[in-house]
Design a protein around this ligand. Structure first.
Ligand code: MSP
Length: 475
């Protein structure tokens, strides 16, 4: 069986999941589910990134002991994905033994290659980014993203010889034209590397929270060097050698870590590189940046209660073209819910099932126009999924729903007197609905399963039955 290995970033535990994190995880879930539907053996990894400085601060603020705090938060992330119907096959925490051992092993391999050396580092460290920043990235002395003053850090650190991999990285990019998607992000990555790479500091001095550097208990491994390795830890070194990740999914903020530093680390450790790094845009909420201090953070579980998981997925995937920045608004979500889900898919399914329930239908031959519609829809969906154009894939499915709706309205099936003609029209419609449910499976798993169940074939006889209302209209 073909294997497919996909990952999300591992999320920081200083806060609970918001709609931005849910978006990345849902994108990965759609891809995982679509490959599982093709019969592939899917490994779908997500998890939590716990050894960050901001974890220490958050635990302190919560008045909790750090282990207890991270346990509670990791459970919260894990259960959120479960409640959102995410099909991850594994969940990794960086505080797990399997991860700590792998990080130390990879460090040792990189060091054995002569790619780690000790040096003095002085720089401005932004805890929000968990990264050093240069003076010219600051605005009025503050990090423009986190609006905080980076702390001046001056210490002895271990460095990773990133500069050594410039040529090798550029050659790799050249040979793998779709390593980063979308293409504009790939161009950014390439020109960053072309401008020349500096070695990076990969440890911090005298910190209690972190994975100790092998043979130097005075230093802990820098959180990004640690975090990136999670993708190997989950499948083991041998597992990764046999089949590295096919896709790392993430937001555009962390592409550089995944498309530059991570491949260089793997090259140094003598491990194969991942297939693709796919990066989506960032979204605002009602036009404003998502931020706790602004109080506009949306908890996906609140949305689930009101609209259901399928509606969240549909809105995010349909509204925001993959790769572009977008805006999330509950008003727009509700509009799309009523127009596309309640009146569109839900209403079409209900009409077809109500008509089909009254008739004994047999497997037959599809009308050529329906055959063309169904074939075209399936081809477009597969093609658009392959290009990560989720919005266009959904648009193709909704075009097929409109075709079906028009057919029902124009044919007035309930008025057709001729039994055979009526049966043929219904068979065509039921087949269309059946195929719509099949292509919807990775996108809207709940609705898809309900529709498929309502269309049970017993041998070559169809027993259709009405379902509960798929998407009740909202006021
Ligand atoms: N822990 C690191 C990742 C390590 S991976 C080896 C990290 N964690 S994070 O919790 O900050 O998650 C960042 C990710 O959350 C982004 O890459 C993106 O996937 C998602 N998003 C966070 N805010 C977002 C928006 N406003 N919009 C869209 N996605 C957002 O970085």
């Amino acid at each position: 069986m073909d294997r497919f290995y996909i990952t999300t970033p591992i999320y920081y535990v200083n806060d609970k999941p918001h709609i931005g994190h849910a978006y990345t995880t849902i994108v990965a879930d759609v891809l995982a589910r679509s490959r599982a539907a093709y019969g592939e053996d899917v490994v779908f990894l997500t998890g939590t990134d716990e050894f960050a400085q901001k974890t220490v601060d958050a635990a302190k603020k919560a008045g909790e002991e750090i282990r207890a705090y991270t346990d509670r938060m990791a459970d919260l992330w894990r259960s959120t994905w479960e409640k959102l119907g995410i099909s991850n096959t594994d969940f990794i925490r960086t505080t797990e033994q399997r991860h700590i051992e792998t990080v130390r092993e990879i460090w040792a391999r990189v060091a054995a290659d002569g790619d780690i050396y000790k040096g003095k580092y002085e720089g401005l460290y932004c805890k929000g980014h968990e990264a050093f920043m240069s003076e010219d990235e600051l605005v009025d002395g503050l990090c423009p993203d986190h609006k905080t003053r980076p702390e001046l850090v001056s210490e002895e650190n271990y460095f990773f010889r990133l500069s050594k991999y410039q040529k090798q990285l550029l050659e790799f990019y050249e040979a793998h034209g779709e390593f980063v998607v979308p293409a504009n992000r790939f161009n950014e990555v390439k020109s960053f590397v072309e401008r020349g790479l500096e070695d990076i500091s990969v440890s911090r001095e005298k910190r209690e929270w972190g994975i100790p550097v092998p043979d130097d208990p005075n230093q802990v491994i820098y959180v990004w060097f640690d975090a990136l390795v999670n993708y190997v830890s989950a499948v083991g070194l041998e597992g990764w050698e046999n089949h590295p990740a096919d896709i790392h999914a993430m937001g555009k903020d962390i592409t550089r870590f995944h498309a530059v530093i991570w491949p260089a680390m793997l090259m140094s450790a003598g491990l194969p590189l991942p297939g693709q790094v796919i990066a989506h845009g960032f979204f605002t909420i009602d036009g404003t940046k998502i931020s706790k201090s602004l109080g506009n953070v949306i908890d996906p579980l609140d949305l689930k209660k009101k609209y259901g998981n399928d509606a969240i997925r549909y809105f995010l995937l349909r509204e925001i073209p993959f790769g572009a920045d977008g805006d999330f608004s509950e008003t727009k979500l509700k509009e799309r819910y009523n127009a596309d889900l309640a009146n569109g898919l839900g209403n079409f399914a209900a009409r077809v099932l109500a008509l089909a329930e009254k008739e004994e239908l047999k497997l037959g031959k599809l009308d050529p126009e329906f055959e063309t519609q169904i074939g075209g829809m399936k081809r477009t969906v597969a093609e658009k999924l392959g290009e990560f154009k989720f919005s266009e894939a959904l648009a193709a499915i909704w075009a097929a729903i409109s075709f079906g709706d028009r057919f029902v309205n124009e044919k007035k099936i309930w008025e057709i007197k001729d039994g055979e003609a009526r049966k043929q029209a219904l068979f065509d419609l039921v087949s269309l609905l059946d195929n719509i449910a099949a292509v919807l499976l990775p996108f809207l798993p709940d609705a898809s399963v309900k529709i498929s169940k309502a269309l049970a074939w017993e041998g070559d006889v169809l027993r259709a039955k009405k379902t509960e209302t798929l998407f009740p209209r909202l006021k």
